[in-house]
Design a protein around this ligand. Structure first.
Ligand SMILES: Nc1nc2c(ncn2[C@@H]2O[C@H](COP(=O)(O)OP(=O)(O)OP(=O)(O)O)[C@@H](O)[C@H]2O)c(=O)[nH]1
Ligand SMILES: [Zn+2]
Length: 376
């Protein structure tokens, strides 16, 4: 097993960035940037505080803040760097400090927003490869909640993976896995028990060097326990290093990216709890791909799936091949999306004279679609 240390001096310059997920994709993306950007150094945001960041540079971890120009140009909160972002920095000579000039276009992004308020976009996690959707195998098990998280996951661009935790509290976890599989087309589902140290091997496929994983789920499902279990002792080491840090940076952190000793990167998202609302039409279609497929067979193109006349969706629900509860959640989330679209267009009309400056970059199209999340 490969092992990485956070100690600034032990990593070869580029190893440091590669350990944090830099790869050919980012080489290519960087080569497409303006010369003024290309002359800067790439770094990854590993922690976010109220007014500053920690970034991993090719020469180790630095504290960092954005330039005045960056601040001037940032039209909305989502324009600011977030944990997981690749940023372009200038390293200050003889200091472990960097100045952030730009954020490289995000490959994927989990976005939270105060509904209908574009300027309050908040990136919960950037450039996640996988999103672990965690649900517990006890009385908290809730398939409708998993469906909702899946919408946000698909919308973010990260590949969702459902993790059913606390398998030790459940007689037949396989039964629940099968149940989740029926509502999660194209999504791997696994059960684990941190208590009994079971199921870690199966996660090895995701926990690969340089791969970034976000962990989400309701309070109490076992996210922290899961992270500590996956981290083995390494996370303790990280905390040990932080404890000795004179700047006391362990006190105010919001979110952090941790490097596990197998080389994978995991993102602690303590603030992200419940999925409330979102504007995530693509994600919604993907999460309910089975129903969308049925709907394409309804007699009327604009079928609302309320009346039996030639409705393939209702027929599936009536014959038992589609769970009526899943259909209900499909409709409920569709109504929420519609309501939000109205709210959104109202708020856009109101603030049309302060429309955000648009930036170039592929990620912008994705970021214009928002998944809405709210804290507990
Ligand atoms: N039986 C059992 N209990 C577990 C397991 N994993 C976590 N728990 C328990 O579940 C409770 C919640 O675990 P946490 O890891 O704090 O859950 P969380 O999702 O991080 O909760 P928040 O910090 O509130 O978001 C704790 O009492 C854990 O001991 C497990 O595999 N089996
Ligand atoms: Zn129909």
């Amino acid at each position: 097993m490969r092992s990485f240390r956070l100690n600034n001096n032990t990593l070869h310059p580029n190893d440091s960035l590669r350990a944090y997920g830099w790869n050919a994709y980012w080489d290519q993306l960087l080569s497409e940037q303006q010369p003024a950007i290309r002359q800067l150094k790439p770094a990854r945001v590993v922690a976010q505080f109220s007014h500053s960041y920690n970034v991993m540079t090719e020469a180790g971890e630095n504290s960092a803040s954005v330039t005045g120009k960056f601040e001037f140009n940032a039209a909305k909160r989502g324009d600011y760097p977030a944990v997981g972002d690749w940023v372009m920095v200038e390293r200050l000579a003889n200091e472990s400090r960097s100045v952030i000039h730009a954020v490289l276009p995000r490959r994927t992004a989990m976005v939270r927003n105060a509904a209908g308020n574009v300027t309050e976009d908040q990136i919960i996690g950037a450039n996640l490869d996988y999103l672990f959707i965690v649900n517990a195998l006890n009385q908290d098990f809730n398939i409708r909640k998993i469906e909702r998280y899946l919408i946000a996951a698909w919308e973010s661009g990260a590949q969702p993976v459902v993790l059913l935790t606390k398998a030790d509290l459940c007689e037949r976890p396989e039964k629940f896995v099968a149940e989740v599989e029926t509502v999660a087309p194209g999504v791997p589902v696994h059960f684990v028990s941190a208590l009994l140290d079971q199921g870690k091997d199966e996660l090895g496929a995701y926990l690969q060097p340089g791969v970034t994983i976000g962990v989400t789920g309701s309070s109490g499902v076992g996210k922290s326990t899961l992270l500590n279990w996956l981290a083995d002792t390494h996370r303790q080491q990280v905390q040990g290093i932080r404890e000795n840090d004179a700047r006391g940076r362990h006190t105010t952190t919001h979110r952090e990216l941790f490097l596990l000793n197998n080389g994978a990167l995991v993102m602690d998202t303590p603030g992200m709890r419940e999925l409330q609302l979102w504007e995530a039409h693509d994600g919604w279609q993907q999460a309910f791909a089975d129903i969308e497929k049925l709907a394409s067979q309804c007699r009327y193109r604009d079928c609302k799936h309320e009346h039996d006349q030639g409705c393939a969706v209702l027929e599936a629900a009536n014959t038992g091949s589609l769970d009526p509860k899943r259909l209900a959640n499909y409709k409920k989330t569709a109504r929420e999306l519609a309501r939000l679209a109205i709210k959104e267009s109202q708020s856009q009309a109101k603030s049309s004279n302060r429309t955000p400056r648009s930036k170039s970059g592929k990620s912008q199209a994705r970021l214009n679609k928002r998944a809405y999340l709210t804290e507990d």
